[in-house]
Design a protein around this ligand. Sequence first.
Ligand SMILES: [Zn+2]
Ligand SMILES: [Zn+2]
Ligand SMILES: [Zn+2]
Length: 285
Amino acid sequence: MKKIFIYVLGTAQDGGYPHIACNQNCCQEAWKNPEVHRFPSSLALVDMNRQKYWLFDITPEVKSQIHMLNDFGCSLAGVFITHAHIGHYMGLVNFGLEVLNTDKIPVYTMPRMRDYIENNSMLKQLIDSDNIELISLLKNNILPINSSISINAFEVPHRNELSETVGFEIIGNKKSAVYLPDIDSWDTFEDNLVNLVDRNDILFVDGTFYSKDEIKNRNIEKIPHPEILDSMRRFSNLSSTNKKKLYFTHFNHTNYILRNDKEAYNNVVDLGFSIAEEGQTFSIN
Ligand SMILES: [Zn+2]
Ligand SMILES: [Zn+2]
Ligand SMILES: [Zn+2]
């Protein structure tokens, strides 16, 4: 039996790192040093037995992210989309005639996300040209994608202008992971998260801001995401084993974690939580 594993393809917020037109402290060094650039949040699920992989969110940087998987020799078997914010679906446009011209790649979505794709002429063209095939997901309904892996979509509160927002449980024979890159706040979801931590082994969760004081030139009320400091306070009662399962991801360009700020980084690790990094792998079989 070969490995089935999660591969972290990106850990930044939708705009990536550095951020477009940002000349502030947060991005200055990153413009000079491509090594510290980070792609928008995305995971691959790689099945070496079947030589296939699935993407969880498909970002505007999908070209480079798929290239990161090159050495595994696997082919794309499908895409799961959390919601209609551009960092999470915009990479789909590369599947069209102009670029990859894929053949009926399964794209798994919830109903509103499906409507959005079907009514957006740029994305609808992918259906009309048989580049993608939409497959509907129902929330809290475990969907086997083969005999070793199942996927469960669960709804989360987020600013849902164009679609609902889901997180995914990726369930293997031995272990399971959660991908939950965007949520407005834990206020109405705290108990759900505690349950998810209990029944899963690795959880990638929204760590957009380290602390909300990092946002200076936009109204923070209009970009609701939990701050890592608050999340660590809320979940401080989890056992040390459970805390360690929580990997923060989806970092805004202003987030100290992206700048390798040792104080912020060490604080997260010292308090017993984890930080997602591009290229990390986690076996689930
Ligand atoms: Zn996002
Ligand atoms: Zn910046
Ligand atoms: Zn979002």
